[in-house]
Design a protein around this ligand. Sequence first.
Ligand code: CP
Ligand code: NVA
Length: 324
Amino acid sequence: MNPASSGIPSTIPKGAPPVRHYLQFSDLTADEYSYLLERAAFIKAKFKTFTRHQPLVDRTLAMIFEKASTRTRVSFEAGMYQLGGSVVHLTTGDSQLGRSEPIEDSARVISRMADLVMIRTYEQTKLERFAEYSRVPVINGLTNEFHPCQILADIFTFIEHRGPIQGKTVAWVGDGNNMANTWLQAAKLLDFKVNVSTPSGYEVNEKVAVSPAGISADHYESYSDPKAACAGADLVTTDVWTSMGYEAENEVRKQAFAAWRVSTDMMAVAKPDALFMHCLPAHRGEEVDADVIDGPQSVVWDEAENRMHVQKALMEYLMMGRQK
Ligand code: CP
Ligand code: NVA
């Protein structure tokens, strides 16, 4: 997009670098993740010591939710205020998005008033279309295909508890969904391994996750037995059996996923110091036993909190680039 072609003066400074979006995990390089993870630790430390860090004063984040959310909304909203900026919250039900205004027109308009846009929607292609017509960075707050902000928080949380994730093994037990796809991208980029076990018919779609180059056996292995996937793992993680948008399949899925509940038996075959994570919301007695999610190996509350810290680093980076 060439803002000048509209005839309206642009607020984008002349010579500004091209807009960077965060639509999937693979949109950033390993080197950028290394910076972002360190920056998130720095920003978190500032917050914890009541030290103001407000690089985004006068900037506005527009958040568009076409699906429900607790963590994503609160973490982005609180995070943006802490950075000195403001937030506008839109949903399908209370905006023209729900009344068939083209996504391209919405992108053109919203990105003239907001400095950053976070979107939670259905198809990844919808997010991509918005980004194509946006003058400002667009962040994926979850699509059917990917949930990159969550995996960024998960990796940050792992590092906080156990050090570098490179060379480690993550066991994914459950649905081959947006979270699983994103774990595959992260494993490939940051050089760790994901053991994935899903029921038959719910496998990860590698074409969606890591197309076109694929992923090597060093970074991804598929298991039919969930316990085998957990053997020797440094981190065991799962997610709901039925993601948002798939509610009609709920009963069928409950049958299919019955053996994919993370239990203390599964945790027992992982490394003795293995962590348990879940992006939340969780259903105790479905994808995870209460003994596990409420047990000593679980770091789910740190994981949830860290959404805010990593997203603050991400927003700062997309808007301002690397800071000293
Ligand atoms: N984990 C996560 O994205 O949670 P919400 O659906 O509550 O935003
Ligand atoms: N896979 C889940 C994640 C929720 C945060 C979903 O898409 O509903």
